[in-house]
Design a protein around this ligand. Structure first.
Ligand code: ATP
Length: 303
């Protein structure tokens, strides 16, 4: 494992009784990356994160976090990371401010309170109320602030925007990108594709305890199938377009427009279209969501 590796899991396995939650997970996250961990409910995201922090013990495999084996020194790992669990257990009778002081004490009183208050203000989180009077969304904001407030070098965030309204979701994504700009590594799980697409440089997709894809977010989207909608000035014979490598005709009307699916580069199609009286040409890239769903649809077909 190089100095540049922030997180490493190799052959990670974990079962809960008969449920095989992780079936050999391999992951490598570089320092300074924003890495998205995608999968539907029950795929094994939370279990992976818990194993990385030694909150649960894997049955097999190896883990390194910031070069440390969390089973050998969990305190060192937890001191250098910010963790946002799926459900953070909070004392219902403490105020928000006392709760944040409590988490600060757990982490060795390293928090700059100006920074912590600034985070709360940006999330529109009042420090005065007691936890039991907070909405679900406001509790989630407490969880976000406690994960970020000591400016950790590694953030492990399990569904960080869960229960937040769209404005606050965007603010949390901004906080994540700012943490990266300040040198942090961010590993976050999500099933909201748009947010992963917006901030993650690389993504891993987990399906039933196995990583089925690891790729740069942009390349995953680029290499997927695209659609092209072409309109012509007058009816044409689109026959030759069907012979262009990588092109499939999805639908055509009376010859004045055609919907194509394109695999790979657009170059051959664009050159072929030069021979046609084109009035309009639109292409659509799939979203990460469509790519993700395709993985699961394939899975269902296999089953
Ligand atoms: P979600 O998005 O719903 O949080 P996840 O991808 O985080 O899902 P995990 O929580 O890691 O998935 O769960 C993986 C599998 O392990 C699921 O089938 C889940 O039901 C099971 N599981 C998780 N925790 C336990 C537990 N404590 N006891 C028994 N089964 C568990």
């Amino acid at each position: 494992m190089s100095e540049e590796t922030a997180l490493m899991a190799q052959g990670l396995t974990k079962s809960y009784g008969k449920v095989r939650a992780l079936r050999g997970v391999d992951l490598q996250v570089q320092r300074g990356e924003i890495f998205g961990y995608l999968g539907p409910n029950g795929a094994g995201k939370t279990t992976t994160i818990r194993c990385l922090l030694d909150l649960i013990r894997p049955d097999g495999g190896a883990v390194r976090v910031l070069g440390i084996d969390p089973q050998a020194d969990p305190v060192a790992v937890q001191a250098r990371t910010g963790y946002l669990p799926g459900e953070l257990a909070l004392d219902p009778n403490m105020t928000v401010e006392d709760t944040l002081h409590y988490f600060n004490a757990l982490r060795g009183n390293k928090v700059d309170w100006g920074f912590a208050r600034g985070l709360a203000a940006r999330l529109d989180l009042d420090l005065g109320p007691v936890i039991k009077n907070l909405s679900h969304g406001n509790k989630q904001k407490v969880a976000v602030v406690q994960a970020l407030m000591h400016r950790p070098e590694l953030l492990l965030l399990d569904e960080p925007t869960l229960g937040l309204d769209p404005l606050m979701q965007r603010e949390v994504l901004r906080l994540i990108t700012e943490a990266k700009a300040n040198g942090a590594t961010i590993f976050f799980s999500s099933h909201i594709m748009s947010e992963v697409e917006a901030v993650a440089e690389r993504v891993a997709i987990i399906r039933e305890g196995v990583i089925v894809e690891v790729a740069e977010t942009a390349s995953l989207i680029n290499r997927a199938l695209r659609r092209a909608n072409v309109r012509f000035k007058q009816p044409v014979d689109i026959g030759p377009l069907a012979n262009v490598p990588g092109v499939t005709v999805l639908s055509r009307d009376d010859g004045t427009s055609v919907l194509l699916q394109v695999e790979g580069e657009m170059d051959d199609l664009i050159k072929a279209l030069a021979a046609f009286p084109v009035s309009d040409f639109e292409t659509e890239r799939p979203s990460l969501e469509e790519i993700f769903l395709a993985y699961y649809e394939d899975d269902q077909k296999e089953e």
